[in-house]
Structures are given as structure tokens and as C-alpha cells.
Write a new protein. Structure first.
Length: 188
């Protein structure tokens, strides 16, 4: 079953527009979430510098390694976002929106999902800033049990000091700001 992530995320359009307007602050990242049972979509956006340490195409072996590691890490959603087990959610799709095309040495791994793919937008010139967005889509058999989200992603990417969270849940729209020490997010 293909799930209409784009449709879900239209609820977050004002937020997306805000991002497009150029909110780009090193040390800060953004997590947008829509829960519309049985679907749940999470969009994680960050300045690339928080993830890889640079914001241009990898130009050395060390940068290439960091780039490959970052993309592989972003595919392993379960190491970044942990959902209440009782909610019985399964990850149905991962989309990475990359700021530019860059070679990746990663061929495949066991965590790959059927509909996973990557988009690159070659509209970034050298010496400018760049953002990366990862979208995760879940199908939850028991959505009401979604009470807490654990977010080890800030430990995986320690350059992120602040995580701005926007949620659209059955109870309405909510906003939170998490620091690196707060890894648990209560879902209203
Ligand atoms: Zn930047």
C-alpha cells in the first residue's frame, strides 16, 4: 500500500514554507510530525553541517566517508526515532532529500525498504549553505498507544543542540523545543 505522505504533509505547509524562506541555523534542526491514524509521517530537516560537518559535495576521502556514514545512518530510522512498541508501527517508506548529487559508496543494506529512494536537488552552489531532509512514513496498527517518542537522533548527531518539533496529531497542532538532554517527546 502506498501512503500519501505528500497529502499528509500539506497540513504542515506553513512550516515547510518557513523552511524554504531560509531558516538555517547551525546547531538547530527541525522535526515535523503528522499523526493521522493509522498513518504517521515524520520529516526531519537539518543544516547539512550538523550531520556531516560540511555543506558541500564531499571533496576528500574523509568527507566522502562522513557523507556515506550520514546517509546510511539516516536510513536506519530505528536508531533515530523510536516509537512506543504497543503502537505496533512499521516503517513503510524512507525518502532522503539531498541538497546535491554526490557519489555514495553505499550499495545496499539489510534495512533498505522497498519504496526507499533519494532525491537530489542540484540548486546549491559551492560556498553556500545546504540542508538535508529525511522523511519517514509509518503505518501504526494501534495509533492511540503512541504516547512517547524516543529521539536518540540528537545523540547520533551531537552537533544538533536544539530540535524544533511541530506536531499535528488528532488533538491538534503542537510545538516543542528539545535540547540534547531531552530525548523523550510526549505526544499530546
Ligand atoms: Zn550552513
Amino acid at each position: 500500500m502506498r501512503l500519501p505522505l505528500r497529502i499528509l504533509l500539506t497540513a504542515l505547509l506553513p512550516i515547510q514554507n518557513l523552511m524554504a524562506a531560509g531558516v538555517h541555523q547551525h546547531g538547530a534542526a527541525q522535526l515535523d510530525m503528522v499523526i493521522e491514524p493509522p498513518l504517521m509521517a515524520i520529516s526531519f530537516s537539518s543544516p547539512l553541517a550538523n550531520l556531516t560537518g560540511f555543506e558541500h559535495r564531499p571533496s576528500s576521502d574523509a568527507e566522502q566517508q562522513s557523507w556515506d556514514d550520514t546517509l546510511a545512518q539516516l536510513q536506519r530510522a530505528e536508531e533515530l526515532i523510536q516509537l512506543s512498541a504497543e503502537a505496533d508501527c512499521s516503517l513503510s517508506r524512507v525518502d532522503l532529500h539531498l541538497p546535491f548529487t554526490a557519489k555514495s559508496r553505499i550499495q545496499s543494506n539489510e534495512h533498505e525498504h522497498e519504496h526507499e529512494h533519494e532525491h537530489a536537488h542540484d540548486d546549491v552552489s559551492q560556498n553556500s549553505h545546504a540542508d538535508l531532509m529525511a522523511e519517514y512514513q509509518y503505518l501504526c496498527a494501534n495509533s492511540p498507544a503512541l504516547k512517547v517518542l524516543q529521539l536518540p537522533l540528537m545523540q547520533r548527531f551531537p552537533a544538533i543542540e536544539l530540535l524544533e518539533v511541530q506536531m499535528v496529531t488528532p488533538s491538534g497542532q503542537h510545538q516543542r523545543t528539545l535540547t540534547a538532554k531531552q530525548t523523550g517527546l510526549q505526544l499530546p
